[in-house]
Ligand binder design. Structure first.
Ligand code: MIG
Length: 693
């Protein structure tokens, strides 16, 4: 059951596709909001929603954010921000995912559909207090009730519409780095993988492929005859995935700039002139992604690359990130001159220092430009969290027209609920820190709750220098995430597997992903089609189990499997909690794994650096392939079945051509039944030869 409450004059975000929720009550009736006490919220004032949490209440959700699976004990801000240091003290990352569920003394879900800044204090100011602060401006509040958390998530997901489904090849391993400068650099990456037998499906192209960082251009010196290069890579079974940035370079003669100016598609200031910001291309304008016409225009631009054979993209810098706003920069220079002309004491020294440090992503700059939104002029800060969403929507809607039958890979950095229908997300600039392996895991259920299924982190870490063991351990988690991409920043240590000594280990671990692909793809598709989660906190499957509710470093992956990655430096094993008896597969490679049945309870489980732990639940089967050098080569006609059968296990394997937009879910299912005596029966789309392992 979902109830809707309208506060003031909200802007339609189109987060919801289904308005089956009961019609909104006006703000004056806010007293009728269940669970939450409402105060403030009149014109120009923040609205505050509070709740007294029970001592054992758990809070799930909020998508991409720092800290645990249980979000209690910190304060989070929905205010899409480009900040590359994801320390525990961060309140805001790139996304605004305003949905959460309280599970405890009472059970209810909350979605704050507000495109402006929202703060979620879950026991920060006061250990038992929840306080949600919505910045001035109207908003819509949805309150959900249900029998259990998993069903509530499904109901929410039904209301926000089906999650984006990428092509199947996008479940393969991708290699990326900010710093591949030419076609030859990319050829070398591919060669190293192929020669050393490490599977690979995609190579990502960061901003250096463009001509002076101009969107929808290709540098012809470093990438000569681009369509031919794309074809050459396709022959190698490699998909190239270029980046697209939000800012459009100001440059006479550059068609994207000139068209945008002519049509008035860029964000403007109060005085009607275009807002100027600084990002990679230098001085830029920002396309007004909230203006339907501008969005359609920007989306069409992707055809420049689609026409050259490209079938995947990542959208970056779309919070939108601002290195500086030009007007403020002028102001900073003026003030610096003043500082230079006066005698600097410590106070003015820090004043000067902060002046310079505060140039980027400045709140006041976001208050100086406007959007044309549904016929209304709206100041940016009022709709800040919708910008990345609508950039990705621009692309997604264009793809439906430009490539009607085909799935195109698309994921974004900034996002809002609603964007999950048009693309996935990667979790931005993490670091090569052990703590970020755990953070990667802890974000997954929250992202799934908010509709983001196609997700992954920069494996190995974006910033800072990786070590071989960290990369390997991180990949051991990454083999389960739909987006499996190794990405790193310019100036950090090179991070491709072949920079390190133990090629064999990388080949084996990445190989496991291709073995697990039939299962990973099936579980992803089930989650997308039925509005379920692919990554579940243990408590979602074992709601009565008190200990399961406390587990912060293990996840269920679909119904059949639990994972427990090692994320500590030098650890050769870890503690694992089993809510019930399970069968552990300790995997070194597709042909080297041992197995052991473990009783319910706490265990210390050994896992050497090259070993992955997979726990199969009772009466469950996990279908695996023999691997392959790319997704296309994965043979679905011969499957190995991980299994833990006490009476009978049925697994629903989903398969399709991997590219068609139209999904016939029932048709794609193959039911594999395994009896306790070892007999196997298959029925449905495929007729694989199955072997118990
Ligand atoms: O300011 O394009 O998160 O993945 O490599 C940095 C360069 C801009 C940020 C993205 C990162 C990408 C980088 N970009």
């Amino acid at each position: 059951m979902m109830k809707k409450f309208v506060f003031g004059n909200p802007l339609e975000t189109e987060a919801m596709t289904d308005s089956r929720a009961t019609p909104g009550s006006p703000a004056e009736e806010a007293g009728s909001v269940p669970y939450l006490s409402v105060s403030g919220g009149s014109e120009g004032e923040s609205c505050v929603l509070t709740y007294d949490m029970g001592e054992r209440d758990i809070i799930y959700g909020l998508g991409e954010n720092v800290r645990g699976i249980n979000k209690r004990g910190w304060i989070y801000e929905s205010n899409c921000t480009d900040d590359p240091l994801h320390t525990e003290t961060r309140r805001e990352l790139y996304a605004a995912h305003n949905f959460f569920i309280v599970d405890g003394r009472e059970r209810f879900g909350v979605f704050v559909d507000a495109p402006q800044k929202v703060t979620f204090d879950f026991g920060y100011e006061n250990r038992d207090g929840m306080k949600i602060t919505v910045s001035p401006g109207g908003f819509v509040l949805y309150i959900l009730e249900g029998e259990n958390v998993r069903e509530m998530v499904k109901e929410f997901r039904r209301a926000i519409g089906r999650s984006y489904i990428p092509p199947r090849w996008a479940f393969g391993y991708g290699q990326s780095r900010w710093g591949y400068l030419s076609a030859d650099d990319i050829r070398q990456v591919v060669r190293e993988h192929r020669e050393k037998g490490v599977p690979l499906d995609s190579v990502y192209m960061d901003i250096d492929y463009m001509e002076r960082y101009k969107d929808f251009t290709v540098n012809e010196e470093t990438f000569p005859d681009f369509p031919r290069f794309v074809r050459e890579m396709k022959e190698e079974k490699i998909h190239l995935v270029p980046i697209i940035d939000a800012g459009v370079k100001i440059e006479e003669g550059y068609p994207v700039y000139e068209e945008g100016m002519k049509e008035g598609y860029f964000c403007k200031k109060e005085d009607g002139t275009e807002f100027v910001g600084g990002v990679w291309p230098g001085r830029v304008h920002f396309p007004d992604m909230l203006n339907e016409k501008a969005r359609e225009w920007f989306g069409q631009k992707y055809s420049f690359l689609l026409d050259q054979g490209i079938d995947g993209f990542w959208n970056d810098m779309n919070e939108p990130a601002l290195f500086y706003g030009e007007d403020n920069l002028d102001e900073v220079f003026r003030k610096l001159e003043d500082y230079g002309n006066q005698e600097l004491d410590i106070k003015s020294f820090f004043g000067m220092k902060n002046l310079v440090l505060g140039i980027a992503n400045r709140k006041e700059d976001y208050e100086t430009f406007y959007h044309q939104y549904r016929g209304e002029r709206v100041r940016h800060d009022r709709v800040h969290n919708l910008y990345g969403y609508n950039m990705t929507r621009a692309a997604g809607e264009a793809f439906e027209k430009l490539k009607p039958g085909e799935r195109i890979l698309m994921f974004s950095r900034a996002s809002y609920i609603g964007m999950h229908r048009y693309g996935g997300v990667w979790t931005g600039d993490n670091c090569s820190w052990w703590s970020h392996v755990l953070m990667n895991l802890q974000m997954l259920p929250g992202l799934n709750m908010c509709g983001f299924l196609y997700t992954g982190a920069d494996l190995g870490g974006f910033g800072a220098n990786v070590t071989e063991d960290l990369l390997l351990r991180w990949l051991e988690l990454g083999i389960f995430t739909p987006l499996m991409r190794n990405h790193s920043a310019r100036t950090t240590r090179r991070q491709e597997f072949y920079q390190f000594g133990h090629t064999e280990d990388f080949r084996n671990v990445i190989g496991l992903r291709y073995g697990l692909l039939p299962y990973i793809y099936s579980e992803f598709m089930k989650a997308a089609v039925t509005g379920d989660m692919m990554f579940l906190p243990l408590a979602f499957l074992y709601p009565e189990d008190r200990s399961a509710a406390e587990v912060e470093d293990q996840l269920m992956v679909g119904e059949a499997m639990m994972i427990a990655p090692v994320y500590r430096q030098n650890a050769r094993g870890r503690y694992v909690y089993l809510p019930e008896e399970m069968k552990l597969y300790r995997m070194r490679s597709l042909d080297s794994m041992d197995q052991e049945i473990l009783p319910a309870g706490h265990h210390y489980v050994r896992a050497e650096l090259n070993e992955v732990l997979v726990f199969v639940r009772p009466d469950q089967v996990v279908p695996m392939s023999q691997g392959g050098c790319c997704v296309e080569e994965v043979d679905m006609s011969r499957l190995n079945l991980l299994h833990f059968v006490k009476t009978e296990a049925v697994c629903e394997l989903y398969h399709d051509d991997g590219v068609s937009r139209k999904i016939d879910f029932e048709k794609g299912i193959t039911r594999i039944t395994v009896k306790a005596d070892g007999t196997i029966k298959t029925e449905g789309m495929l007729d694989p030869e199955c072997c118990l392992v």
